[in-house]
Design a protein around this ligand. Structure first.
Ligand code: GLN
Length: 198
């Protein structure tokens, strides 16, 4: 049984919850879902999902509820996190926007909505390290990852720009794997790593 916490203060929470259930099913494992809206729940979770949504709102509420420190402790303990889009912006070292309280659990800087300024949303097949076939990546007002620290591996690029990265137990994407039927990134982020850390 895998206990999966979905950060649920704002954003596409139910899509992530369904995706983790599908990923667990595909992995032959049961998942118990915990919606994280206040402090005191993260320490029970084996893995955490940080959904897309609005990063200024999400990061403000995480700080207000004291969940920010709990997520940092989860990462420091080597437990897996999958952060998508706004989740990536919040997890980053610096989003270069004072309204975002960065968790700094991922050594990248991001430019919010940079892809969005070019094209609002689009879908593209993406080659991802560790996956044998292209992943159908859905980009919605996606953040651009600009600086990538030495300890960060780039798992995928779009137009030469990193769009999927990994540092220790944290996997983060500019796009939204939870909005497709494809659960390979959830499996890669959670089950492959979770098995190693449990
Ligand atoms: N650009 C949005 C933000 O800054 C994120 C968009 C998304 O999660 N689809 O929060």
């Amino acid at each position: 049984m895998l206990t999966a916490g979905v950060v649920a203060v704002q954003g596409d929470v139910s899509e992530h919850a369904r995706a983790v259930e599908r990923a667990a099913d595909a992995h032959g494992e049961d998942a118990e879902l915990v919606e994280i809206r206040h402090s005191g729940l993260v320490s029970d979770c084996d893995v955490l999902l940080m959904p897309g949504g609005e990063s200024t709102t999400i990061s403000r509420l995480l700080r207000q509820e004291g969940i920010d420190e709990e997520i940092r402790a989860h990462v420091a303990a080597g437990k897996p996190v999958l952060a998508t889009c706004a989740g990536l912006i919040v997890a980053a070292r610096d989003a270069k926007d004072e309204r975002v309280h960065n968790l700094d659990v991922l050594d990248v800087t991001v430019d919010r909505n940079a892809f969005g300024r070019q094209k609002d949303s689009f879908e593209a097949p993406l080659d991802v390290d560790g996956l044998s076939d292209p992943f159908p990546a859905v980009f919605i007002r996606a953040p651009l990852i600009d600086e990538v620290g030495d300890d960060v591996s780039v798992l995928a690029r779009w137009d030469d720009t990193p769009v999927a990265v990994k540092q220790g137990p944290v996997v983060a994407t500019s796009f939204h794997p939870e909005l497709t039927e494809d659960v390979r990134l959830h499996r890669l982020a959670f089950f492959e790593q979770a098995a190693a850390s449990r």
